[in-house]
Design a protein around this ligand. Structure first.
Ligand code: HEM
Ligand code: HEM
Length: 123
């Protein structure tokens, strides 16, 4: 699982920094929160989870890790697309930001439980 987390994390790194370059180039910063969370929840959090799961296979090979992976990677694109629409003036996207962010948080809770229960110091 660690490798899958790392590989998808670099996809968010490309998307997030591309958006950063676009914002800088156009001097339109309205999507800055999308940029920030694509990179912090997409790149930074997933890469960190990937490294933790790689170092601790007992946590990485669990069902919790698989559910975290899917929940995170469904919720993040949905919530970021909805947030981009909302910030661009589509008020109807609001509930999807809420639903996506809640699912995102649920995935993070599973990650937290997995680390607390299954990450142990080497014997
Ligand atoms: C090529 C790389 C990047 C470019 C061109 C870029 C560009 C930008 C720009 C133009 C802004 C808006 C600044 C403003 O509102 O005045 C910004 C904000 C921000 N960036 Fe980046 N960025 C890059 C990489 C990153 C990375 C790697 C991270 C995190 C891992 C990151 C995190 C943030 C955060 C947290 C903000 C603040 C957002 C906010 O104020 O709402 N950026 N970036
Ligand atoms: C489900 C997870 C998360 C939710 C729902 C969430 C929500 C929010 C909201 C509502 C804001 C204020 C946005 C604004 O001022 O326009 C914010 C700002 C911010 N969040 Fe998050 N966040 C989450 C996770 C994270 C994580 C994991 C990180 C870092 C690793 C992070 C870093 C930041 C930063 C740096 C800002 C300030 C950006 C700015 O100046 O606009 N967030 N977040």
């Amino acid at each position: 699982m660690g490798v899958r987390f790392l590989k998808i994390a670099v996809v968010y790194l490309m998307l997030g920094t591309l958006l950063g370059l676009y914002m800088g180039g156009t001097e339109k910063f309205v999507l800055a929160p999308v940029h920030a969370h694509l990179l912090l929840l997409g790149w930074a959090s997933l890469a960190l989870a990937g490294l933790i799961y790689h170092l601790h296979p007992a946590a990485g090979e669990t069902r919790l890790a698989r559910i975290h992976f899917w929940l995170h990677n469904i919720a993040l694109p949905v919530s970021m697309a909805a947030l981009a629409l909302l910030l661009s003036g589509t008020v109807a996207a609001g509930p999807f930001v809420g639903i996506g962010s809640t699912a995102m948080f649920a995935g993070l809770v599973l990650f937290g439980v997995n680390v607390l229960v299954n990450v142990r110091a080497p014997a």
